[in-house]
Design a protein around this ligand. Structure first.
Ligand code: GLC
Length: 456
């Protein structure tokens, strides 16, 4: 164990030490962006529950697909906090969001939505980022880097010159720390609950007349990251079809491009299924966390694999076996999964990047996530040199156990790389930052930086 820990410390030190000159690779990021209103939950929350007659005994047992009432909202939020279980649930109730604004103390407004978070972060790293979202308001533009490039109907624009929309979507992020007490129980870990809103006109794609000419900027794009499909309804088949058509066009414009889709927390399994069929099946790479992996597996009818993952408390071993199903079924070239303890990538041999480079990408990405957890954002690529972290021992144990139980090549425990015939399994223990500011968006940081590392 000690030798293995030292090996991982050495890997991390090598990555943090390296001085990088960013080659200004071009990255595209789309489509979901909004404002996140960050609310920190503390002991005063119990008072709000009491005022609304919510007790420990009337919390919601089953997670609802949507939130309709104030009572339902409080019951689900309390449940998420008590179990430290991340959730994202949508509401259309405007009175409820108004009540939240008046009742809770919003500490900060940040750019949110996976694409919003990833575009800002990748720009801060020094990449040239083309960013597209269906509605970009002035309010959002203020929270984004000025250097972003926006594809408008009339060509590529600077952020300040791009067409702005009047309205802004706001999501409410309830962050809680480890050890927050609620109904005499302390939260097992830090996590967040997201109340998402669903304004119209935010379909995760380009406008309807995205012609080949409009999409021609993709000729110069090395990597594309798309997300936001969770906001579609399962019965909106046409929307999924339109997204799919645009993906095919992009691949025609640039056959060398790699496209990555970032999954999200989805409450309707039919939506998960459509995302797999219309999006994931047609791209090269997919990113998700352990909860999303289990949910995706159940949506494809693999509920045994999903419950094995949950029962094992999201062990690397079970997650690998589950992820392999999706990797093979979706004919992916790359599947990335992040958890608090470890990260893994399944990489096909025709992806064109060496497993060592992919592993280093994971380490780089995990250092970036530690910076984000500790400071709230990553302001420059050199931040990873300064962040104070601790190697996650649990992650190291997971790697050792998986090597033994699956009989993987011995080198796996120190290198995190194993050749499994048609694919490589790549894994790394995480680094935990000594300070913790917030948890929202950490997955987006890990997924996007690990994906673009080979073109940095
Ligand atoms: C989802 C949420 C958004 C949050 C993001 C973080 O996209 O809707 O509010 O910023 O996740 O990953």
């Amino acid at each position: 164990m000690n030798n293995t820990k030292e090996a991982w410390e050495r890997h991390y030190a090598r990555i943090a030490r390296k001085d990088r000159v960013i080659h200004q690779s071009n990255v595209f990021v789309g489509f979901n962006a909004n404002i996140d209103a960050i609310i920190y939950i503390d002991e005063t929350f119990e008072k709000i529950l009491a005022e609304n007659n919510i007790t420990k005994d009337n919390l919601l047992k089953k997670e609802p697909k949507n939130i309709n009432t104030q009572k339902e909202f409080l019951q689900v939020l309390a449940k998420s906090i008590m179990d430290s279980k991340e959730m994202e649930i949508a509401t259309k109730n405007k009175k409820l969001t108004q009540w939240i604004e008046n009742t809770f103390n919003t500490r900060e407004y940040r750019i949110g939505g996976q694409a919003g978070i990833m575009s800002k972060f990748l720009d801060n790293l020094g990449l040239r980022v083309v960013f597209s979202t269906p509605k970009l308001s002035e309010k959002m533009a203020h929270l984004l880097p000025k250097t972003l490039i926006i594809p408008d109907a009339s060509g590529l624009k600077k952020l300040k010159d791009a067409k702005k929309s009047e309205d802004t979507k706001t999501n409410y992020i309830f962050e809680y720390k480890k050890g927050t007490s609620l109904f005499n129980k302390k939260t097992p870990r830090a996590d967040r609950f997201i109340l998402a809103t669903r304004p119209k006109g935010l379909e995760p794609r380009f406008h309807n007349n995205a012609t080949y000419e409009f999409l021609s900027f993709f000729e110069l794009v090395d990597r594309a990251i798309i997300s936001g499909f969770q906001s579609l309804n399962a019965y909106d088949k046409k929307d999924f079809e339109k997204a799919h058509t645009q993906i095919e066009k992009i691949k025609k414009v640039n056959p060398e491009i790699k496209i990555h889709v970032e999954e999200a927390y989805i409450t309707d399994r039919r939506v998960s299924d459509e995302i797999l069929d219309f999006v994931v099946r047609h791209v090269h790479s997919m990113g998700l966390n352990e909860v999303e992996l289990a949910k995706t597996l159940s949506a494809t009818g693999k509920s045994k694999k999903a419950s094995a993952i949950e029962k094992s408390n999201y062990s690397l071993l079970e997650c690998y076996l589950g992820a392999k199903e999706i990797f093979e079924k979706m004919k992916l070239q790359r599947l990335h999964m992040h958890t608090y303890n470890y990260c893994m990538v399944l990489l096909s041999k025709d992806y064109g990047t060496s497993p060592e480079k992919m592993r280093d990408g994971l380490l780089f990405a995990l250092l970036c996530a530690a910076v984000k957890a500790s400071n709230g954002s990553v302001s420059s690529i050199t931040d990873i040199k300064k962040v104070e972290t601790k190697l996650n021992e649990q992650g190291v144990k997971e790697i050792i156990r998986t090597q033994k139980e699956l009989g993987l090549c011995e080198g796996f425990i120190d290198s995190g790389i194993c050749d499994l015939g048609n694919h490589f399994l790549i894994a790394a223990p995480t680094k935990i930052s000594k300070k913790l500011k917030s948890t929202v968006g950490l997955g987006d940081i890990v997924s996007s930086s690990a994906f673009v590392y080979d073109v940095l």
